[in-house]
Ligand binder design. Structure first.
Ligand code: G16
Length: 543
């Protein structure tokens, strides 16, 4: 078996050779680069997905099927491989692995991904590494594996996902190809598969009899548009949504989508700001969500990820209080350095909820959120979700079903239960977050203006800066301070000190070949100027 597999792998390596001199690390959300440079890495990720599945054999299903324990122990856990470059332009693509609970690949495995990436096409060297890894992981080639593959609407996606499939199959892997899916859908599906579908089921949104306000959605010309059509049909009695940038005309993420709206703080192209009460944008693979509207003074007003944290935390706290559950519950909000200072201030000082700050990347936020009974995490870019502990879920359910409890307590528990059902706990999911947001606004009788008025953002500016080698920038303290190049942090500190309530940081992107600069201050002009000054110093010190 080993010889045949080795031959097949050698043939695949010949078919999709690694370009010379290429260096690719497992970044913020997997491997990402220009699509035409990626086929070779798909081979490595297919192999790794298979190994991960073999290692995770039986760990999940076994608990639910004790009767079949001996049979089940050999059933591998399903691992997801999502081919997408999410918010990046159409010419990019990428791939990331999803662990059995639907979460991002365990970070201890990123090193194997990077090791495989660093190896060249020599079949003997690669095979040698794979054999060593299998010994270390205590798995064998003949062990079964299951890998679920899905991809976004990029032209390059079908070929790249096919390479993942062919590579994984060399390692005795059963492939489930879901083809076109949003990223969060695959996360959720992997979790449901491994839980024998006990985890997931179709959720009904039941916020009450009221109709929800009309909403115009910019689908970034991505996969989300197709999935929104299904939602549109299913919810037509309750909720009228209009879909723009549905992929029939514009290009993926080009001057549209959540990243564009957040970065440039303006409406996307392809969505006329006419007479809708509110609008939102998702991104190319539908894991981010940003809301906006035109206020009475005809100004564009945006509600980003920080706003979802505040809204969700307010709703959950309120319902926990009404259900008489609040005293026993540890709630926390997890943010990154990009969170607007006013949001952090509001959550800590007005809501009395602790805030943790972690490095960029959902994988970091998700991990931290597990420390709480209710861990609410959102990146300012609109990527996030809420995690509930099993213990709290059980308590919510028992209040809901306790006939001796007053009706208002049971109702609050029921509403929490429905919220938990709507939300996608495996990862940030734009469509699930959208439904949860609409349900909460309706239940709390809150308009979009009222939601915005909960606190006032400090003006901020984000820039993308092209540099020779972005790895020259190194950071610490959840990316809020730089450790390299020398003197960069001192210069930033000096610049920041000139601006009231000024704050700025820089970090290398893990998904694009750029450095990101963030600045905030009391006026937009100051935030813009501070960002620009920091940009100049970054360019100067990375020449
Ligand atoms: C991915 C990650 C996010 C991260 C974003 C930008 O988003 O999932 O957690 O905030 O990249 O990362 P960076 O600043 O390192 O480029 P997406 O929506 O592209 O998958």
């Amino acid at each position: 078996m080993g010889e045949i597999a080795k031959e097949k792998l050698a043939a695949l390596l010949l078919e999709y050779p690694k370009p010379s001199g290429i260096i690719l690390g497992y970044g913020t959300a997997g491997f990402r680069a220009r699509a035409d440079t990626l086929p070779w890495i798909m081979i490595r990720i297919g192999l790794l997905a298979s190994l991960r599945s073999k290692v995770k054999k039986g760990e999940y299903r076994i608990f639910q099927f004790l009767v079949h324990i001996l049979n089940e122990i050999f059933i591998p856990a399903c691992i997801g491989a999502m081919v997408t470059a999410s918010h990046n332009p159409e010419h990019d693509n990428g791939v990331k692995l999803i662990d059995p609970f639907g979460e991002m690949l365990d970070q201890s495995w990123e090193i194997y991904a990077s090791n495989l990436s660093s190896l060249d096409d020599s079949i003997d060297a690669l095979w040698n590494y794979l054999e060593k890894l299998m010994t270390q992981l205590n798995v064998q080639l003949k062990d079964k594996a299951t890998v679920a593959i899905a991809y976004d609407t990029r032209q390059s996606s079908p070929l790249l996902s096919h390479i993942v499939q062919r590579a994984a199959e060399i390692f005795n892997t059963n492939i489930i190809n879901y083809e076109l899916m949003t990223t969060p859908q695959l996360h959720y599906t992997v979790r449901c598969y491994n839980d024998n579908e006990l985890y997931g089921r179709c959720t009904e949104m039941t916020p009450g009899a009221k109709h929800l306000e009309q909403l115009a959605i910019d689908a970034a010309n991505g996969i989300g548009a197709q999935k929104l059509v299904v939602l549109q049909q299913r919810l037509s009695d309750l909720f009228k949504i209009e879909i723009f940038n549905d992929g029939t005309q514009g290009r993926l993420n080009e001057k549209c989508g959540a990243d564009y709206v957040k970065l440039y703080q303006k409406a996307p192209e392809g969505l006329p700001l006419t007479n809708y009460p509110k609008y939102c944008s998702i991104d190319g693979d539908a894991d981010r969500l940003i809301y906006y509207f035109i206020d009475q003074n005809q100004h564009f007003r945006m509600l980003d990820g920080d706003r979802f944290s505040v809204l969700f935390a307010s709703f959950i706290s309120k319902k926990l209080k009404e259900a008489k559950l609040i005293d026993q519950v540890k709630i926390g909000v997890i943010q990154t350095a990009y969170a607007n200072g006013s949001s952090t201030n509001y959550v800590i000082n007005t809501m009395n909820v602790p805030v943790a700050c972690v490095p960029t990347g959902v994988k970091h936020l998700h991990h931290k959120a597990l420390d709480f009974d209710v861990g609410i995490y959102f990146e300012a870019n609109g990527h996030g979700t809420v995690l509930f502990s099993d213990d709290l879920k059980t308590r919510v359910k028992s209040v809901m079903e306790d006939e001796n409890r007053p009706d208002d307590e049971k109702l609050a528990a029921k509403q929490l239960h429905v919220f938990i059902d709507i939300i996608n706990e495996t990862v940030g999911d734009a469509l699930a977050d959208l439904l949860a947001t609409e349900a909460i606004l309706c239940l709390m009788n809150l308009s979009i203006e009222g939601w915005l008025d909960l606190y006032h953002d400090l003006p901020q500016r984000q820039l993308k800066v092209a540099v020779k080698d972005r790895t020259m920038i190194q950071t610490t303290d959840a990316e809020r301070r730089c450790t390299a190049p020398a003197h960069l942090q001192d210069c930033i500190d000096e610049l920041v000190s000139k601006y009231p309530s000024g704050r700025s940081f820089v970090r290398p992107s893990g998904t694009e070949d750029i450095v990101r600069v963030y600045a905030e201050a009391t006026t937009q002009a100051d935030a813009d100027q501070l960002a620009d000054e920091v940009r100049k110093i970054v360019q100067e010190l990375t020449k």
